[in-house]
Design a protein around this ligand. Structure first.
Ligand code: ADP
Length: 482
């Protein structure tokens, strides 16, 4: 099949979170499975310098945006056979220090930037010489593409356009903009209605995608169920229930080419299930790197996260406040909310020899934390899929997770199956519930037999892309057959 993927971030070119990992890996995996794949994404600052093989394509966009016309260039790169990355080069929109914000403040023209990007996606879908048979867009940044394709099919002579699938990576980010942003879409008013792009008089880009996509997927089966309920539906559960026959939950895969412990350029010590000595060496190296006392027998807990309420940061702080009185270490790599940054800094002042925090974004350190820790904390309030718990499993680091979304789908608790247990789950969204889960982990840590059982089970768990790709292929094929 010929597939065009569109995303506002794609690893290794740009990344703020799991979306980038997922699209980078999905593109690669679809191409490996024999499909012809194009991935379209903005050309952000620094990409050209980091990927000097990138080339300008002889193709200029000149697209209407409300009353004006905006131009862009197309650049491309062919990282592997059958896979082409198309970069939209519009420096005024994308040559900036951040992807969506700077110093915690969103760019005021995000609506305009991603409406333009969505137009470029629809334009490529229509005019690429290899004629994509399926278009797969992701999150609010490309949520308007299905409506744009429909609009061109209904009124602008695009006969037989490809079906469009929207994947929701996080329903909490919907891309709301004032009504006048809708004018920039040049869509007819027919799409701006309660069962379309409109929410309380505003433009809601993700809602437009949910309303007009041929298929909707989200990144785990449990999250697909959760978002049809009021508790997790972020105000759109009614529309998702209406479209439920087209809503599928497909668990993300892990790119084990990148996330592994046997050939990992970020790790000093390689290791595997059969040779766990390397894991211990990584733990000591991490304690040194984070300036904690080097203590091989002190259980080490880690977290790598955006510092937002979604990730359960407040209950994590509460639980640590209690549990750091025990003989444990905690390391955090995080970025985001300044209040949370301050709270973690305070925690390290209260427990200087037990807690260490690194603020900012650091890919190498994220691998070293996964490898060096004994336990990984992921107490999210909600979690569409979550990748770090799956990375932890492969790194022999036991995840402690709340029973929500993809966390529930990927971790096995001893209460369900003691012989197959891979991690510890807790249900209540509260600091005491997390503290209790941490206490359980200390019991596991005391038992060499249990520790080995959890590690072995976790490291053997397989979330590779083959299964994920097969499920997306099914969705693509079913939509095309209509
Ligand atoms: P989300 O997309 O909601 O942030 P996921 O668990 O799906 O959460 O994916 C997060 C990805 O971003 C993981 O690859 C994680 O390692 C990475 N990440 C998050 N924060 C940082 C950070 N401060 N430094 C490096 N990597 C980070």
């Amino acid at each position: 099949m010929r597939i065009l993927l569109a995303s506002s971030e794609v690893h290794p070119y740009s990344k703020t979170g799991g979306l980038a990992d997922m699209i980078g890996a999905l593109g690669k995996a679809l191409a490996q499975a024999g499909h012809q794949v194009g991935v379209v994404t903005p050309l952000y600052r620094g990409i050209k310098e980091r990927f000097p093989q990138i080339r300008r394509v002889d193709w200029q966009f000149d697209l209407p945006l409300g009353g004006k016309w905006v131009q862009a260039e197309l650049w491309s790169l062919k990282p592997t056979e059958r896979l082409t990355i198309y970069f939209v080069h519009q420096p005024a929109y994308f040559d900036r220090a951040g992807l969506y914000n700077e110093n915690g403040v969103d760019y005021p023209d995000n609506g305009e930037r991603f409406i333009f990007f969505s137009k470029c996606v629809a334009h490529l879908a229509r005019y690429l010489p290899w004629q994509p048979e399926f278009v797969h867009v992701n999150d609010w940044q490309t949520g308007l593409v299905p409506a744009m394709v429909l609009h061109q099919a209904r009124g602008e002579g695009w006969g037989n356009p490809p079906p469009v699938c929207l994947t929701i990576h996080n329903l909490a980010y919907q891309g709301w903009f004032p009504r006048n942003a809708y004018e920039l879409t040049n869509l007819s008013p027919a799409y701006f209605q309660a069962e379309g792009a409109e929410s309380f008089g505003h433009l809601n880009c993700l809602k437009a995608g949910i309303a007009f996509a041929d298929a909707i997927t989200t990144v785990s089966p449990r999250y697909a169920r959760e978002i049809t309920t009021e508790e997790f539906g972020e105000g759109l559960d009614w529309l998702l229930r209406k479209r439920q026959s087209r809503l599928f939950g497909i668990l993300n895969g892990v790119d084990y080419d990148e996330w592994n412990t046997t050939q990992n350029p970020f790790l000093k010590h390689q290791y595997s299930v059969a040779r766990l000595a390397g894991k211990r060496a990584n733990k000591l190296a991490l304690q040194r790197e984070m300036k904690l006392p080097v203590k091989p027998n002190t259980p080490l807990f880690g977290a790598i996260t955006r510092l937002t309420e979604q990730k359960g940061i407040s209950i994590e702080l509460g639980a640590l406040e209690e549990m750091l009185n025990a003989d444990i270490h905690f390391v955090l790599l995080g970025s985001g909310g300044t209040d949370y940054e301050r709270a973690f800094q305070k925690l390290t002042q209260r427990f200087p020899n037990k807690a260490a925090v690194r603020l900012g974004y650091d890919q190498g350190l994220s691998h070293r934390i996964e490898a060096g820790c004994d336990f990984y904390l992921m107490p999210s309030r909600f979690e569409p899929c979550g990748l770090n718990q799956m990375y932890s499993l492969r790194y022999g680091t036991i995840p402690i997770v709340r029973t929500t979304g993809g966390l529930d789908d990927t971790v096995v608790d001893a209460s369900t199956n003691p012989r197959k247990a891979t991690g510890i789950k807790f249900a209540a969204y509260s600091a005491p519930a997390l503290a209790k889960a941490i206490r359980k982990s200390l019991v596991i840590y005391q038992s060499a037999r249990l520790l080995q059982l959890y590690r072995r089970n976790g490291m053997a768990a397989d979330f590779s892309w083959n299964r994920t790709v097969a499920e997306y292929e099914k969705v693509y094929a079913a939509r095309r057959a209509r």
